[in-house]
Design a protein around this ligand. Structure first.
Ligand SMILES: [Zn+2]
Length: 184
């Protein structure tokens, strides 16, 4: 996995682009929470479930189907004040789906461990993207503050943080230009 920090950076990026006026704190919290929830499956190791199993690390909980179910749950449990069957409700489901799915997709860019069961439960094969520039993060906080941890962070900054920062700035500049043209 890329580190929890880098998955969260994806959440921060999306939340700052789509920030809502109502439900602000919940929106920010779940934007970040969705990007890290799939890695809670490391508990599987403690429960004796092996890495390659259906519920093993990078298994079902890293899939697109899980991302979709999780997004629906969050919106129906925590955003009840948003009108059912409204554009906002569907928009929120798609938004949290993309954020949760971003985790597994980002993991396919890592160079280590087993692949990601993106299409579970229909296809339990583990996938990597053909290009894997991100160094796989050690599991556990202690291991993260090591030389290897720094190498991981460096690859994540290059391949995730910098592209996101550039995208963010580009979008903001375009928004400003569009706004200026509109109010002319
Ligand atoms: Zn992961």
């Amino acid at each position: 996995m890329p580190s929890i920090i880098t998955h969260s950076v994806v959440g921060i990026f999306w939340a700052s682009l789509f920030e809502t006026k109502t439900n602000k704190i919940k929106f920010w919290f779940f934007s970040i929470f969705c990007t890290i929830i799939p890695d809670f499956d490391v508990v599987a190791f403690k429960l004796g479930i092996s890495y390659e199993d259906f519920f093993g690390h990078r298994g079902f909980f890293h899939s697109l189907v899980f991302a979709f179910i999780f997004a629906i749950l969050i919106v129906f449990l925590f955003f009840r004040n948003v009108k059912i069957n409204s554009f906002a409700k569907y928009g929120l489901i798609i938004y949290f789906f993309i954020l949760t799915a971003s985790h597994g997709l980002l993991d396919t860019l890592t160079s280590g461990g087993l692949g990601i069961a993106l299409f579970s439960p229909f296809d339990n094969a583990r996938y990597f993207y053909s290009f894997t520039p991100i160094k796989v993060s050690p599991i556990g906080v202690g291991a993260f503050f090591s030389e290897r941890g720094l190498m991981v962070l460096k690859s994540e900054i290059i391949w995730v943080w910098i592209p996101l920062i550039i995208s963010f700035l580009t979008i903001k500049v375009f928004q400003k230009i569009l706004y200026a043209l509109k109010t002319k």
